[in-house]
Write a protein that binds this ligand. Structure first.
Ligand code: NAD
Length: 359
């Protein structure tokens, strides 16, 4: 059977990374019917829309996609394609495994954690009131009537965290733990300070945890969690977090395993799933066949597992791990120095993975 998959190359270094990933996915022997669709800054410049309806329609049809990074211009231009995608398809769970593979230089070689980040709520809900606007003044007036004084010159961002949103993300974390033989879920929060948002998240997490007696549960205040992650990473397993902490801890995790070039991700909803690296489009390296495709390839591994192609996922992950362990045919970021002349390019890294898989 062939899997219908929406294939979005993205922009910047995205197309090179996506092509390398497509090649290794095909080399697993699994059959794919790619529906190639555009998104990102190149598409915006060519046709005035960074996220065409056909791209969204394709994902709605296939239910699964793999995507290279896309640039979001700072300050002006258009809204983030990634945010739109997650919103339109309600991809509420962001799964980001952070595993330190042998051969990568890291101070945290024991790291093998999975961050499950809530994708739709929290300070990222987009409910913001700009300083000096009538809406801001109206909100401050309403708050003052409720006994909460906010300075006249404040900008305001709202942090909604619901029972619905918390329940489904905590369930996603426990379901992931169960499906992947993980032993523990840790919920991170700041419930001591934000009692009615983070406090609610924690209350819901504790309740949902009772439905999964076979998986251990604990909670940590987010600052303490960050401290512990870099002192005793081996004690952590699956970590479930509201949106903002999830965003920050994902990059912390990426740093712990040797850099952004190694950190994969999947955004999962009820009806669709989109797999993409944690990193961005690294535009300064565009077209240079230089950056590391591991993060997107490992996102492909997550996609294979999502498609219930576990054998192929194991083979591909094993081959990537093998190439990294040998340390010869790897990209510059995995070499002892960044100007190491033995570093290979994006495409040659893919060749090495394919050879390793067929060895
Ligand atoms: P970035 O992740 O693109 O790059 C930061 C630096 O990390 C790079 O300069 C490079 O040194 C390193 N790096 C990133 N990916 C690498 C790889 N595969 N191999 C080796 N090194 C790698 O972050 P940025 O510069 O802050 O963002 C660039 C653009 O990407 C922005 O427009 C941002 O909005 C966008 N972005 C997109 C996504 C996405 O599409 N999912 C995610 C994050 C950022």
């Amino acid at each position: 059977m062939s899997h219908d998959v929406t294939f979005i190359p993205g922009d910047g270094t995205g197309p090179e990374l996506a092509e390398a990933t497509r090649r290794v996915l095909e080399a697993t022997g699994v059959s794919f019917t790619w529906d190639r669709r555009e998104a990102g800054v190149d598409e915006y410049e060519a046709n005035g829309n960074p996220f065409p309806d056909e791209t969204l329609d394709s994902i709605r049809r296939t239910g699964v996609g793999i995507k290279g990074p896309t640039t979001t211009p700072v300050g002006s231009g258009f809204r983030s394609v990634n945010v739109l995608l997650r919103k339109e398809l309600d991809l509420y769970a962001c799964i980001r495994p952070c595993k330190a593979y042998e051969g990568v230089r890291t101070r945290f070689p024991e790291t093998d954690i999975v961050i499950v980040r809530e994708n739709t709520e929290d300070l990222y809900a987009g409910i913001e009131f700009e300083r000096g606007t009538p809406e801001n003044a109206e909100l401050r007036g309403a708050l003052e009537k409720l006994g909460a004084k906010v300075r006249d010159d404040a900008g305001i961002s709202i942090k909604p965290i619901s029972v619905f949103g918390s329940e489904r993300i905590v369930r996603a974390a426990f379901d992931y733990a169960k499906a992947n033989g993980r032993r523990k879920v840790t919920a991170g929060h700041k419930a001591n300070i934000m009692k009615f948002s983070d406090g609610l998240f924690l209350e819901v997490a504790r309740r949902v945890a009772e439905e999964y007696p076979e998986v251990e549960f604990e909670d940590r205040i987010i600052d303490n969690l960050c401290n512990q992650l870099v002192s005793r990473p081996e004690e952590y397993d699956v970590i479930v977090l509201p949106n903002l902490y999830g965003d920050i801890v994902s990059d912390l995790g990426a740093g712990m395993i040797g850099g952004l070039g190694l950190a994969p991700g999947g955004n999962i909803g009820t009806d669709a799933a989109m797999f993409e690296a944690t990193h961005g489009s690294a535009p300064k390296y565009k077209g240079q066949n230089r950056v590391n495709p591991t993060a997107l390839m490992l996102s492909g591994v997550l996609m294979l597992r999502h498609l219930r192609e576990d054998g192929a996922a194991d083979r591909l992950e094993g081959a990537i791990a093998g190439v990294i362990r040998k340390g010869e045919r790897v990209t510059y970021d995995l070499k002892p120095t960044r100007d190491d002349p033995t570093a290979v390019g994006t495409s040659q890294f893919a060749d090495a993975v394919i050879e390793e898989m067929n060895a």
